[in-house]
Design a protein around this ligand. Structure first.
Ligand code: FAD
Length: 309
C-alpha cells in the first residue's frame, strides 16, 4: 500500500506529493490531468517570486518537480470511489476501470471548475477577454469597460473589486433582483462606475476575432436584445468542486466543498484534503499549494501516530 496517496495533480496535489515524498515514504498521485486548471490559464502574475509565467509552463514545472522524487505518478486516471478504512487500517481508492489502490492515508485535491455560461463566444474568447477570476485577471483590464455576469456574492464582490481598477463595470443578473448580501449590494450601488442590470439573459459574447469587444443580452421583461460595448467579461455564476464522487463518504458543505479543519483533516480518519475542492476560501494557486503541503504534513503526522501494522 501507499503511505500517502494523493488524488488530483494540480498545484495542491503536486505540493502534497513533494512534501510527502520528502519524508521518504511511499507516495502516489492519481490524476485525471496532471497540472489541473493551470492548463486553462494563460498569464499568471500573482505567484509570488515569479512575476510572470504561463499556466502550461507552470504545469510542466509542477510535474518536473514531483518527478524529481520517487513518486508513483498515475496520470490520466479518474478516481471513482473512496472506501474508508476497514480493520486493516487501509483506505481504498477505486479507479474508473475498476482497479483499486490501498493507502494508509489519502490527500484529496481534485480541484474545481468554473460554471460556464454556455453561450456563443465564451469558449472562443476564453483568456482573450472572457475571464473567471478577478484576483487573477482584474489588473489586465485596467482602465477598460467590463461586465460581471452573476449577481450573487461572488459577482457583486467581483464588481466592487474591479471597480477600483477598471473604468466601468456592468453587472448582469438573470433574476429580477441581485442575490448578494445587502451590505455588498449597498456598497456596489454606491460606486459611481458600477451599473447593475437585472432580468438580463446573456446571449452572446462578441469580439473582433481575436478579443472581446462586446456582449449581447436580452431584457427578460421587455424581451429586447441589447449590445454593450466592453473589453472584458467576468463570469461569476459559481465554482463547482470536483467532489461529486465523494458524496456520502466524506462530509461536504452545501456547496459540495470538502469540509476540512485547520490541519486539512476531513471527517474520515486518515483522509485529508487541500486546494479548490475544500471549504478553505480564496481559490488561488499559492493558497492551494500551501494547503497541499499542510495536508501532506498532517498525513505524515497521522502515520507516525498510527498503530504499527
Ligand atoms: P486543480 O488545479 O483544479 O487540479 C485538480 C486536479 O485533480 C487535476 O489534476 C484534475 O485532473 C484532478 N481530478 C479531478 N477530479 C479527479 C478524479 N475524480 N480523479 C482523479 N483526478 C481528478 N490562480 C492564481 O493563483 N493565479 C491566476 O492567475 C489564476 N488564473 C486562473 C485562470 C483560469 C482560467 C482558471 C480556471 C483558474 C485560475 N486560477 C488562478 C485558479 C487556480 O488555477 C486554482 O486555484 C488552482 O489550480 C487550484 O489548484 P488545485 O490543485 O486545488 O486544483
Amino acid at each position: 500500500p501507499f503511505d500517502v496517496l494523493v488524488v488530483g495533480g494540480g498545484p495542491a496535489g503536486a505540493a502534497a506529493a513533494v512534501y510527502a515524498a520528502r519524508k521518504g515514504i511511499r507516495t502516489g498521485v492519481v490524476s485525471e490531468r496532471f497540472g489541473g486548471q493551470l492548463h486553462d490559464t494563460l498569464a499568471i502574475e500573482n505567484f509570488i517570486s515569479v512575476p510572470e509565467t504561463e499556466g502550461p509552463k507552470m504545469a510542466a514545472a509542477l510535474e518536473r518537480h514531483v518527478r524529481e522524487y520517487d513518486v508513483d505518478v498515475m496520470d490520466l486516471q479518474r478516481a471513482e470511489a473512496l472506501l474508508p478504512a476497514g480493520d486493516d487500517g487501509l483506505v481504498g481508492l477505486r479507479l474508473a476501470g475498476g482497479a483499486e489502490l490501498k493507502a494508509r492515508s489519502v490527500v484529496l485535491s481534485t480541484g474545481a471548475r468554473w460554471r460556464q455560461l454556455n453561450v456563443p463566444g465564451e469558449d472562443e474568447y476564453r483568456n482573450h477577454g472572457v475571464a473567471y477570476c478577478p484576483h487573477c485577471d482584474g489588473p489586465l483590464f485596467k482602465g477598460k469597460h467590463v461586465a460581471v455576469i452573476g449577481g450573487g456574492n461572488s459577482g457583486v464582490e467581483a464588481a466592487i473589486d474591479l471597480a477600483g481598477i477598471v473604468q466601468h463595470v456592468t453587472v448582469l443578473e438573470f433574476d429580477d433582483k441581485l442575490r448578494a448580501d445587502e451590505v455588498l449590494q449597498r456598497k456596489a450601488r454606491s460606486l459611481g462606475n458600477v451599473t447593475i442590470i437585472t432580468s438580463a439573459q446573456t446571449l452572446e459574447v462578441v469580439g473582433d476575432g481575436s478579443k472581446v469587444d462586446g456582449l449581447v443580452y436580452r431584457d427578460r421583461e421587455g424581451g429586447d436584445a441589447h449590445r454593450l460595448a466592453l473589453e472584458g467579461v467576468f463570469v461569476q455564476i459559481g465554482l463547482l468542486p470536483n467532489t461529486e464522487w465523494l458524496a456520502g463518504t466524506v462530509e461536504l458543505s452545501p456547496r459540495g466543498e470538502i469540509v476540512v479543519d485547520e490541519r486539512g483533516r476531513t471527517n474520515v480518519p486518515g483522509v485529508f484534503a487541500a486546494g479548490d475542492c475544500t471549504t478553505v476560501p480564496y481559490k488561488q494557486i499559492v493558497v492551494a499549494m500551501g494547503e497541499g503541503s499542510r495536508a501532506a504534513l498532517s498525513a505524515f503526522d497521522h502515520l507516525i501516530r498510527a498503530p504499527l501494522p
